[in-house]
Design a binder for this molecule. Structure first.
Ligand code: GAP
Length: 459
């Protein structure tokens, strides 16, 4: 690769002056997310549907990149995990076997005065039982079913009731034997799935941290009972690293092991990966040792033998399951919050999204210094050449400084500036988002140079 580093300020606004880190404000993150088309309130023109969010042009790229990074780490980089995409609607017996019909509830209290509803376990435990909104008297807690119901076929009867899945995991358990036989896998092996999940949360909130419709990235790792503890510990370490490798700051990430009285009905041990959101620590992912609970229950309820016979050792057992279960949309929110930064450039406070380049919606922006021909023709030629290789954007409006600022605040790692010299020397200036360093590169070398800089992964 050829190219020369040129001074830090070939074009205005680049890397001039001291950068001052300012305190991050969550309102700024949410307003940037809306203004730049990452996330919109669902059904906004009708007043919005609480707990539903629409991912705009930049948001869908960002979210797809989060999911792609997870899928790659699970199914491409490991030889012991395969993928699955199961139906959202499942036989209702699934949710009886899993325990959801019986136990997937939250304690709900309502204010007798303002009628607002709250999760009893999320209210301050001062014993006053007063409404946090208006101070009114609260009702006694009642168990509220978190599963959305609908009907299959034309008759709205109990017998036709099905649920929108409240986790993707059950689609994996019911397919354990299908996948194991089809792929002739020996244990231990895992099945990974990404998909939409629905929970009728009592109090959705904190932007899209707690939504009623969201996406999960779950892996069920089937293992012998004796191998479960080691696999559990290995997955905790592996999943912790995944977030760090994608750039989350170590000080914003922690592991928290559940106390005995916190464990779900199926779990012999759970550790959460938590992120320090602007309002405090919140769960990104749970890694659980689900024992043989799931396959045992599905064996019982379906009357199918889901035990596994190890041909090498001659053992037969119901597999244990280690489950790393992450939120895709929630992880995206963590990456967004962690990447948000402000810096002073030329006396002006500017927003930056310092996203890991594999998560950034656009990898590069092509910016002609002027809107006039013949510069624009060369810029379009470069844009067309880059498009098949990278997610690219093109911008020719306003000053180059404003355009750099627009790319910085959506996290674009590289800007490719086409200037009047480009017409003569067939070279362009590549500016890096975080250092603002600029490098002059021949147009002919641009694709390999960007590939090298971006460490583009083929998947
Ligand atoms: N199969 C296990 C399971 O579903 P969970 O802790 O209930 O476990 C796993 O969910 C992950 O799904 C959470 O760590 C979180 O990232 C995400 N998640 C759960 N509820 C959510 C919600 N209402 N909105 C957004 N993400 C959610």
């Amino acid at each position: 690769m050829t190219g020369t580093l040129v001074g830090p300020s070939r074009y205005p606004t680049a890397c001039v002056g001291e950068r001052t880190l300012l305190t991050v404000d969550f309102d700024k993150i949410t307003s940037l997310a809306k203004r730049r088309g990452f996330v919109f309130q669902g059904s906004e023109i009708y007043g919005g549907l609480n707990g539903a969010w629409d991912f705009g042009p930049l948001g869908v790229e960002f979210l797809n990149n989060v999911k792609r990074a997870w899928w790659r780490s699970m199914t491409q980089l490991r030889d012991d995990v395969v993928g699955l995409d199961a139906a959202i609607l499942m036989a209702p017996e699934v949710w009886r076997a899993s325990g959801h019909v019986e136990t997937f509830t939250d304690p709900l209290v309502a204010c007798r005065q303002c009628k607002m509803r709250f999760r009893a376990d999320q209210l301050d435990g001062d014993g006053s039982s007063r409404c946090p909104n208006c101070g009114g008297e609260l009702t006694e807690p009642r168990q509220f079913d978190l599963m959305f119901k609908t009907f299959v076929g034309p008759v709205e009867a109990d017998a036709a009731t099905v649920y929108l899945r409240p986790e993707t995991a059950q689609g994996i358990f019911v397919n354990f034997q299908n996948v194991q036989k089809a792929t002739r896998r020996r244990l231990p092996f895992g099945i990974a799935q990404i998909g939409k999940t629905f929970r009728n949360e009592i109090s959705p909130g904190n932007f899209f941290f707690r939504s009623r419709e969201f996406e999960q990235m779950e892996c069920e790792y089937f293992v012998s009972p004796t191998g479960a503890e080691d696999a559990y510990r290995a997955w905790i370490a592996e999943r912790h690293h995944w977030y760090l490798d994608l750039g989350l700051k170590p000080e914003n990430l922690r592991l928290r092991e559940h106390q005995r009285d916190e464990l779900s009905h199926y779990s012999a041990g759970t550790t959460d990966v938590e992120f320090r959101f602007p309002w405090g620590w919140g769960e990104l992912e749970g890694i659980a040792n689900r024992t043989d609970f799931d396959l045992r229950r599905h064996s019982e309820f379906s009357s199918k033998d889901l035990s596994y016979a190890d041909e090498v050792t001659g053992e037969r057992y119901i597999p244990y399951v280690i489950e790393p279960s992450a939120g895709a949309t929630r992880s995206m929110l963590a990456f967004l919050c962690d990447a948000y930064d402000e810096a002073e450039v030329n006396g002006e406070t500017r927003a930056f999204l310092r996203l890991h380049q594999s998560l950034a919606p656009y990898k590069a922006a092509v910016l002609p210094l002027s809107k006039k021909e013949p510069l624009v023709a060369v810029a379009h030629e470069i844009e067309r050449a880059l498009r098949p290789h990278f997610m690219i954007t093109y911008d020719e409006t306003q000053s180059i400084g404003k355009r750099y600022a627009r790319q910085d605040e959506i996290g674009t790692p590289y800007c490719v500036t086409v200037d009047f010299d480009s017409l003569e020397d067939r070279a362009v200036t590549v500016r890096e988002r975080d250092s603002m360093a600029q490098q002059r590169l021949p147009i002919a070398d641009l694709i390999p140079a960007l590939k090298e800089k971006l460490e583009v992964v083929s998947s």
